[in-house]
Write a protein that binds this ligand. Structure first.
Ligand SMILES: [Zn+2]
Length: 203
């Protein structure tokens, strides 16, 4: 059997995964990674399918809890490849996030990634997840980046906002972007004028 036949055969087994784990902070019930593994191990084994994870990218952040403790936060982008008996395969790439005060943030991220890869490949309803349509998050805005500074490529002076009175007519970023478009380098207003004259003289 190839992987497509194997996966549809597994889906045809009519499994149920009990949802008896309870989130200690928020109280919702969920299916633990062990429940998922316990359900799937015999089915994967029966249909001669196995799964190989490959971490594609990871980020790690150290954070602090409200109480001042250390918290490691890992995000792993992991590719899970399901192989069938004949060597054919399909892959699912998922993002797993894990937090831990010790050394288990990445383990947790992997476990979560595996769980959701199984959920999505085998179409297991994820009832424990709040449907994104069920709630409306508070409006939020992207984090503002610190304003960048722009330096004129010709005179070396910083490019500043073009003001008229106390209003910004053109931001330094716009001036830099416009000169980049027109002349292929970031220029201040004065050097942009010179560049424009130089171009005009050529024609
Ligand atoms: Zn300049």
């Amino acid at each position: 059997m190839n992987i497509y036949e194997s996966i549809t055969a597994i889906m045809g087994e009519g499994y149920t995964i009990t949802k008896d784990k309870k989130n200690q902070q928020q109280g919702f019930k969920y299916r633990g990674i062990d429940d998922v593994m316990n359900t799937f191990f015999p089915l994967l084994s029966k249909h001669k399918v196995f799964c190989v994870p490959e971490v594609l990218e990871f980020t790690r952040e150290e954070r602090q809890t409200n109480k001042g403790g250390n918290l490691i936060y890992s995000i792993l982008k992991t590719k899970y490849t399901f192989y069938a008996e004949d060597g054919s395969s399909v892959s699912a790439v998922v993002i797993g996030e894990g937090m831990d005060s010790g050394d288990k943030a990445s383990n947790k991220a992997l476990a979560i990634g595996m769980k959701y890869a199984m959920f999505q490949v085998f179409c297991i309803p994820t009832e424990e997840m709040i449907d994104p349509d069920a709630t409306t998050p508070e409006p939020s805005v992207p984090k503002k980046e610190a304003p960048k500074s722009y330096v004129c490529a010709d005179c070396g002076k910083p490019i500043t906002d073009l003001m008229s009175g106390d209003k910004v007519r053109l931001t330094a970023q716009d001036i830099a972007a416009r000169s980049m478009d027109a002349y292929g380098r970031q220029l201040c207003m004065a050097c942009s004028k010179l560049a424009r004259m130089a171009e005009a003289a050529k024609e």
